[in-house]
Every structure is written in structure tokens, then in C-alpha cells.
Design a protein. Sequence first.
Length: 151
Amino acid sequence: MARSKSRSAARLAAVQALYQQDMEGTPLPRLIKEFHDHRLGATIEDAQYHEAEHSFFDDLVSGANDRSDEIDALIQTNLAAGWSIERLDRPMLAILRAGAYELVARADVPLGSVISEYVDVAHAFYDKRESGFINGLLDSIAKHARPAAKG
């Protein structure tokens, strides 16, 4: 259970880091160090955050960044006709990028866990409709990224 909470915390932090990088263009090494030093497991505005699994956080942020062209193409390919990646707001794009990266690169994590975790992350930012959108899009991406997986 402790690993599950630390991985959930790492996913949420990775989404926040990817969002920050998208908004501010923070260089990756500085961004990761900032999260390690000031955010992961910290108390911010009287709220205690769960300790995040640092290596998992690092992999999600670095991997999504390093494979951004591949990840963005995968997201674009799975959007409905008439939609473009540019239409997605930045928090949603950060969630999808982290989730798509995990689906593509982390076969050690069960497909169903990846999708449900990012739907949970979406609930921190959005209502049910947007969370459903993320669920559907990640499910579609999973069919391309892990065609043999059953969830």
C-alpha cells in the first residue's frame, strides 16, 4: 500500500512538473531538483503531501520530456476527428502526456492501474466529464501502446 501511495503521489507531481515545464520552460534538471527539494513529500499551505517515489517521478518526467514528439503524436492520433492537440488545455495535456508515457514505456505497471491512476489525477483538476475524456483517450492510446495487454 505504501508503494501505491508513493506512486500515486509521483504521478500527481509528474503532471504538475510537466505542466510547469510547459508553462515556464523550466530546464529539466532544475525542474526535477526543485520538486525533489521543495515539493515531493513537503507541507505546502498547511497540506502534507504524500512522499513520492523519486525514481518513478524522475522517470515519468524525464521520459515524457525525452519522448515528447512520440507521445504527442500518439495523443493526436487518438483524438476524435476535428480535434487537435492544440485544443487541449495545458493541465489536461500534462495528464495525457504522463499517462501516455507510462503506457508506452512502463510495461511493468498494469494497464488498468495506469488508466485509473490518471483518471484519479484528473479528478484533482476537472469534473466527471473531463475525467471521462481522459479515461477514454488513455484507453485508446493503450490499445496502440500495448496491443496484447488485457488491462
